[in-house]
Design a protein. Structure first.
Length: 382
């Protein structure tokens, strides 16, 4: 595998660094985090710089770009302090719709993505159906010649700033649960849609909601993909979402490491930099090893996907490892920083809060063991 960056990738990464340096966003992100506001000023600047266009087809106004390049750019932005859930390139949403959506749906979602707007919130989890997807009860049923969605969705990231929801419903028509789900793209401003904000530990710049759907009207044209194949489509969604969370983990770990290493080199205690003490050197060394391992897992999985190979196992393994490793890196970075690391003025304190959810969202660590372990045992039998 060639780890050398292409000229295009190098230029894009240089552009990210220039964007972050020119904007000097550290204080701004701290302010947005404290106020619980979307960092719109930074988002607008990233859109103006063209980062929202990456990966969107040229015929839809975008810039053709492979997945590795998109993820390298996202990793770099987050390594420089950008809040992970607010990065402008909507890889997940665009990939979903380009894979399964109608031409009309593709245009709608890509147009929103080009503006740096999160096109939709994923309506999958329900209060009684997290890892146990078969417990989902949200339905779409015909009444008076029209289709209506009823149910409750939870942990809807960005439901307040997303014009649409990609809503996963149960059809209750097949005994095989895998073939009993469908997807509908519904507007969040429709009658019957209500939301309640969830009070979270971190990721304060991107809110999360419980969404109540009461007779929300949809049409057959709102169906995404094939009826009854929504769960299969969702599995493809999960591969991308899990890889995306892995890359975010790498970025946050790098951000924490960079700040901790600089602090260790400059913080004087007992008349010498704390980085000269072996216990601190051990932390710095182990942090760097974990970051290298995380990057290698992510890049290999992306390379396999770009070469048409299945990454269902790779995505699960990488998500489990990077979620834990990033948490350990950030926690050690906070320890190196000492008391200042526990203060909101230190970016590492935000990373410490924000990263924790990546061990839960897009599939918990325990589910990653289930999906990967089951597949690995099956492989061994063949």
């Amino acid at each position: 595998m060639d780890f050398a960056l292409t000229d295009e990738q190098q230029l894009l990464l240089d552009s990210v660094r220039e964007l972050m340096a020119r904007g000097n966003y550290d204080a701004y992100f701290k302010e947005c985090d404290a106020k619980g506001e979307l960092p719109q000023k930074a988002i607008d600047a990233a859109v103006e710089a063209g980062f929202a266009t990456l990966g969107i087809p040229e015929e839809m106004g975008g810039t053709p770009c492979d997945e590795l390049t998109k993820f390298l750019v996202a990793e770099e932005a987050i390594a420089l302090g950008w809040p992970s859930l607010t990065w402008v390139n909507q890889s997940l949403e665009v990939d979903d719709i380009l894979s399964f959506g109608s031409p009309e749906q593709q245009k709608i979602i890509c147009d929103l993505g080009l503006k740096g707007i999160k096109p939709f919130t994923l309506g999958f989890s329900e209060p009684q159906a997290g890892s146990d997807s078969a417990a989902a009860t949200t339905t779409v049923k015909q009444k008076d010649g029209k289709l209506y969605v009823n149910g409750t969705k939870t942990f809807n990231t960005g439901a307040n700033c997303s014009p649409y929801m990609l809503c996963v419903v149960r059809d209750f028509e097949s005994e095989n649960v895998t073939h009993d789900f469908s997807m509908y793209l519904l507007r969040m401003d429709q009658p019957g849609v209500k939301m309640a904000k969830l009070d979270k530990i971190g990721n304060n710049m991107m809110h999360t909601y419980e969404v109540y759907l009461d007779d929300v009207e949809v049409s057959p044209d709102d169906l995404v993909g094939t009826k009854g194949e929504g769960f299969i489509q969702l599995m493809k969604n999960f591969d991308i979402e899990r890889l995306m969370s892995c890359v975010y983990n790498v970025g946050m770990a790098r951000c924490a490491y960079d700040q901790a290493a600089k602090h260790a080199a400059s913080r004087i205690q007992f008349n010498k930099p704390i980085g000269s003490f072996q216990l601190i050197q051990e932390k710095i060394t182990d942090m760097k090893i974990k970051i290298e391992n995380m990057q290698n897992m992510c890049y290999k999985a992306l390379w396999k996907r770009m070469n048409g190979q299945s990454i269902s196992i790779d995505a699960s393994l990488a998500k489990r490892y990077t979620g834990q490793a990033a948490f350990e890196v950030i926690d050690d970075a906070l320890q190196v920083m000492g008391g200042i690391g526990y203060c909101h003025d230190c970016t590492i304190s935000r990373l410490w809060r924000d990263q924790r959810v990546y061990r839960i969202m897009a599939g918990t660590e325990e589910i990653m063991v289930h999906t990967a372990g089951r597949a690995l045992v099956k492989q061994a039998k063949q």
